[in-house]
Design a binder for this molecule. Sequence first.
Ligand code: ZN
Length: 131
Amino acid sequence: MARPVKPKLVRESPKADYFKPRGIPMSELEETVISMEEVEALRLVDLERLYQEDAAREMGVSRQTLQRLLTEARAKVADALMEGKALRIEGGNYILREGAGRWRCGRCGDELPTPPGRRGRGWKCPFCDNP
Ligand SMILES: [Zn+2]
């Protein structure tokens, strides 16, 4: 049985969730799907220039998990750029900060009544968390 995946903390969501190369009709367009967590790893390491260790702490994941998210994200972005694919940012298991003091679970969509609680290395949503 697969180990349950703990939600990752995402502090900022991208301003757009779809990127499409110019001049390619939708019918011929190939799509790459990148998760919110993968984009957050990119943001923290490549944009905010955090050390991977600090980025991992921010998201509440292990260093290995952060490394995996980052490698996936970079490969997907590079593939989309080189192959002229569209990029769709979608899905994953995360808790998103929606503004000052507001958090929403990316899995169940519920707004959290309080800031997400920390448990061990991960974060949890009170609505869809398994004890
Ligand atoms: Zn939830």
